[in-house]
Design a binder for this molecule. Structure first.
Ligand code: SAM
Length: 232
C-alpha cells in the first residue's frame, strides 16, 4: 500500500467517530473541541474556499472533488445544493464521507481511486476541486496527475487548486526544498509525515500546466495559495 494511503487511513481510523459526531463536519479539526489554532485556521480556509466556489462554480453543473478526504468540502457543497462526486485514495476517508452523507441525508457519489491510475469516477466534469492534494503527489508524478485530471474535464472546465503557502523566508524555503527533497526518498517519513514531499509554489505550477490549463486567477493568504485554472 502507498505510504500516504497508510498515513491517511491511520488518521481516518483514529478520528472517524469524532468527525461523524462533529456538529460542523466541514470545519472539523483535531482541536475542534477546544477551538484551537488549527480549528481557527480551518474556519478561515473553508470560508475562503466557499467564497471561491460561489464565484467560480454554478450549482447547475456537478462538481468533482479530487482528493476529497473525509468529505469536508463535499459536505459543504451538498449542503448548498451542488451535485458532488468525491474521490480519494484512502478507503477509510471514502467510507467516512459516505457515512457523513448518509447521516445528513445528502446525495453524493464517492469512489476510492488513485487519480494517477487514470480511473474514471463517472464521466467528464466542468467544475473540479483539487484542494490541498497536489503536494501529496510525488513531484515527478505531478504532471501526469494533472494530465489524468485533464482527461476528466469538459471544454472550458474550471479547476480550483489550493496548496499550503510556503513562506518566502529562507528557513521555509530551505525546509520545503532541501529537507523535503530528502525526506521524500525515505519510507519512514512518507509513512509518518503528512507533507513528506516539497510543496509546489507558483513557479512549479507554471511549469506543470502548459497545454492543459491556464491560470485565470490566483490568491494568496498567510496559510494557503489558490489557483483558479481554466482548461485550455
Ligand atoms: C490534505 S488532504 C486534503 C483533503 C481535502 N481535499 C481537504 O482539503 O480537506 C489530501 C488528500 O488527498 C488524497 N490523495 C493523495 N493522493 C491522491 C491520489 N493520487 N488520488 C486521489 N486522492 C489522493 C489523500 O488521501 C488525502 O485525503
Amino acid at each position: 500500500m502507498n505510504n500516504q494511503v497508510s498515513y491517511y487511513n491511520r488518521f481516518g481510523k483514529q478520528f472517524e467517530q469524532s468527525i461523524l459526531e462533529c456538529p460542523e463536519p466541514a470545519v472539523w479539526t483535531t482541536d475542534y473541541a477546544h477551538k484551537g489554532r488549527v480549528y481557527q485556521e480551518m474556519k478561515v480556509r473553508v470560508a475562503q474556499q466557499q467564497k471561491l466556489i460561489t464565484e467560480f462554480f454554478t450549482k447547475e453543473e456537478p462538481v468533482l472533488d479530487i482528493g476529497c478526504g473525509f468529505g469536508r468540502q463535499a459536505f459543504l457543497l451538498a449542503k448548498e445544493g451542488f451535485s458532488v462526486t468525491g474521490t480519494d485514495t484512502s478507503d477509510i476517508f471514502i467510507s467516512i464521507a459516505k457515512k457523513l452523507f448518509n447521516k445528513y441525508g445528502y446525495k453524493g457519489r464517492f469512489y476510492c481511486m488513485d487519480m494517477l491510475n487514470g480511473e474514471n469516477p463517472g464521466g467528464v466534469f466542468k467544475q473540479l476541486l483539487l484542494l490541498d492534494v497536489l503536494e501529496h503527489i510525488r513531484p515527478f508524478q505531478r504532471r501526469k496527475f494533472l494530465e489524468q485530471i485533464f482527461q476528466l474535464t469538459t471544454p472550458c472546465a474550471k479547476l480550483i487548486v489550493s496548496l499550503p503557502h510556503v513562506k518566502k523566508r529562507l528557513s521555509s524555503q530551505v525546509n520545503n526544498r532541501v529537507r523535503k527533497g530528502i525526506t521524500q526518498h525515505f519510507v519512514y517519513f512518507t509513512n509518518r509525515e503528512e507533507h513528506p514531499y516539497p510543496i509546489p509554489e507558483k513557479k512549479d505550477i507554471v511549469k506543470l500546466i502548459p497545454a492543459l490549463f491556464s491560470i485565470e486567477r490566483e490568491l494568496t493568504s498567510p496559510d494557503t495559495d489558490y489557483y483558479m485554472l481554466t482548461k485550455i
